[in-house]
Write a new protein. Structure first.
Length: 301
């Protein structure tokens, strides 16, 4: 069989040695996919499909999808699940850091609760992310954080991320260094920040869930702050995973989950729940499944 060229390809989520043949199938000895929950994507499926001669197909992830169709795709290209290990077991072995979760229930003024009743999701998010008084919760959090510890703050929207960055720079003590990462930040700059966080103290890294929840390896993280709401199980557990790496400087990782509590009492004397509070109830299910310890604390805005 005639071989056209030989290449070694390394990408963040997939590594494989291959020969590219004339018919564009890959003569691969092995195929290893890190973060294989993403193997449901068409690009990775295309690569896996062409590795016809791969003797070994290995997928690694901490979060398999919950949708059956996605799991069938992953199993179809990589094979069945052959080994599972709970986060709690890895913590007991000292491979992962212990975790404590603080659910901060942000209590809004009555007039805002009244205005937000039964609002569409997009309007509720707009109300929350533009409410400047909400940022005062970061004063409370960083007053509780010990000196020389590093933190990651995760947001969904870039404009919200930048507003928090501006608030932190203006209001936190000078000892803190604040960095921001999102889609427009160049890979080289992201890598410089990653290396810096492993050697410096009192660093705060702000980033979107899309850029920081998966794949970034920073061991010196003591606190992860969910500054905006999410309910995707994969995204939540992957985000928590950013802080579970062990480091000599930490005994445990603390997750601060900011919960926008805009619940109201209905005419039937039942509790009406706003959209992001319902997200929080979903996150509690994930915490319980993983046997994470948590407690709730109210914070008046």
């Amino acid at each position: 069989m005639k071989i056209k060229s030989i290449k070694k390809i390394d990408k963040p989520d997939i590594t494989y040695n291959l020969h590219i043949e004339n018919n564009h199938n890959y003569f691969a000895n092995d195929l290893v996919v890190s973060n294989c929950h993403q193997a449901k994507s068409m690009s990775i499926q295309t690569i896996a499909k062409k590795c016809l001669n791969a003797e070994y197909r290995i997928g690694l992830t901490g979060t398999l999808p919950t949708v059956d169709a996605d799991n069938y795709n992953i199993h179809g290209y990589l094979g069945p699940t052959i080994f599972k290990q709970k986060t709690k077991d890895l913590q007991d072995l000292g491979i992962l850091s212990n975790i404590s979760i603080v659910n901060l229930l942000l209590k809004y003024p009555e007039d805002m609760i009244e205005k937000n009743k039964n609002r569409p999701y997009t309007e509720e998010i707009e109300t929350i992310t533009t409410y400047s008084e909400r940022n005062k919760v970061f004063d409370f959090i960083f007053n509780k954080i010990d000196d020389k510890q590093n933190s990651i703050i995760l947001c969904h929207k870039i404009d919200h991320l930048k507003a928090i960055e501006e608030y932190l720079i203006e209001n936190l003590p000078d000892k803190y260094s604040v960095y921001i990462v999102y889609g427009d930040i160049k890979p080289t700059e992201r890598e410089n920040i990653r290396k810096l966080m492993d050697v410096e103290e009192n660093v705060i890294l702000l980033g979107t869930y899309a850029t920081l929840s998966t794949g970034i390896n920073i061991r010196r993280i003591h606190h992860v702050i969910f500054a905006s709401s999410y309910k995707s199980k994969i995204k939540i557990l992957q985000s928590i995973g950013r802080g579970l790496r062990t480091h000599d400087s930490k005994e445990k990782m603390v997750l601060w989950d900011l919960v926008d509590d805009l619940r109201w009492t209905t005419r039937n004397n039942t509790m009406g729940k706003n959209h992001v509070f319902k997200h929080f109830e979903e996150r509690l299910k994930y915490y319980d499944e993983q046997e994470f310890k948590y407690f709730n604390k109210e914070f008046n805005l």
